[in-house]
Design a protein around this ligand. Structure first.
Ligand code: ADP
Ligand code: MG
Length: 310
């Protein structure tokens, strides 16, 4: 009696297991990315797929997490920030894990940050999106449209055209470049936001520790460089001509776009750059830099209320 009973149990478990396996198999094979893989690789046999069903199941589970990505910090994958990819090699199926786009960007940011301290940007800015920009003002609407257009069309290496966001303190200029940076990530374009006053200060210090060149190289080569709050620093001829001027010249040659934010418009910034700390007036040099800036940016006036007083 007992042995019949246990055989029956076993049989029940077996069919239950079978049914579960069939469901799982069905789910896996109907997952669009698995279907696409099968279409692209007819050389991978049904049997090979069948033999790797558990691997494929794991692939689907992890990859679905990416489809509804909750951000790098909340990544539910086994290895945070790693995305599975299917490969076919001589008819054999393999799954490999690669750092996802967000992880790559975060790693790149960390690497840059270890070199350029002034790259530190508040978290709220790093999380800014165009959806959060209030369209409460006609000029804000056209400003955010101009930023969005840039984020969609920027083409580092081919076109050096950037933006010049100007307007009063607290209207949300820095926030907008944060939104641009995040939109660029989705196009796999990296950007570097540098707070200009800190950056220029850091460069002066770099003179004494011999790191000017490596810091310059990093900033010069950013796919999209964002110089935040230019004009808020005290200028010196060295910063203007040998730091800013050299960076801009290089970026012009390499066709790399630069985005600026400033409380000053073009003319006011030119004026600011003409006065060196030592009291001399160097209008010509300031004009030369500003011509480059003007030539390579679309001016965008940002209006609105001062959000820092709210
Ligand atoms: P600016 O760079 O023009 O001086 P900020 O971008 O620093 O101004 O914005 C001022 C404050 O308002 C910041 O605390 C910023 O996070 C907040 N802010 C700006 N734009 C928005 C927005 N669209 N939604 C929410 N907060 C915003
Ligand atoms: Mg700002």
């Amino acid at each position: 009696m007992n042995s019949i009973r246990s055989s029956l149990d076993q049989f029940m478990q077996n069919t239950d297991w079978r049914r579960r396996y069939e469901n799982l198999r069905e789910e896996v094979l109907s997952y669009p990315k698995v279907k696409a893989f099968q279409q692209e690789h007819p050389e991978v046999s049904e049997k090979e797929m069948e033999n790797n069903m558990m691997k494929l199941f794991e692939y689907k589970r992890e990859r679905q997490n990416c489809d509804t990505c909750p951000g790098l910090e909340n990544c539910p994958n086994m290895m945070q920030g790693y995305q599975p990819e299917l490969y076919a090699e001589a008819g054999q199926l393999t799954v490999r894990y690669h750092p996802c786009r967000l992880k790559q960007q975060a790693d790149e940011r960390k690497r840059q940050q270890s070199l350029i301290q002034s790259m530190h940007i508040p978290k709220e800015i790093l999380e800014a999106t165009f959806d959060d920009i209030e369209q409460d003002h006609a000029s804000r609407l056209s400003a955010s449209n101009a930023c969005l257009k840039f984020a969609f069309e920027a083409n580092p290496g081919e076109d050096a055209t950037g933006l010049y966001l100007h307007g009063k303190f607290g209207v949300g200029k820095t926030y907008m470049i944060g939104a641009i940076a995040n939109e660029l990530v989705t196009r796999d374009i990296s950007s570097m936001i540098v707070y200009a006053p800190d950056f220029f200060r850091e460069m002066k210090q770099a003179l004494s520790d011999g790191t000017v060149q490596e810091k310059m190289d990093e900033v010069k080569n950013a796919e999209v460089l964002m110089l935040d709050d230019i004009g808020a620093e005290t200028t010196s001829a060295w910063i203007r001509d040998d730091v800013l001027g050299v960076i801009l010249q290089y970026r012009l040659m390499q066709k790399l776009p630069t985005v600026y934010t400033s409380n000053y418009d073009y003319d006011e910034l030119e004026n600011h750059l003409a006065y060196s700390q030592k009291g001399g007036i160097e209008e010509l040099k300031a004009k030369r830099i500003m011509e480059r800036v003007k030539h390579l940016t679309v001016p965008v006036f940002v209006d609105g209320k001062n959000r820092r007083e709210m």
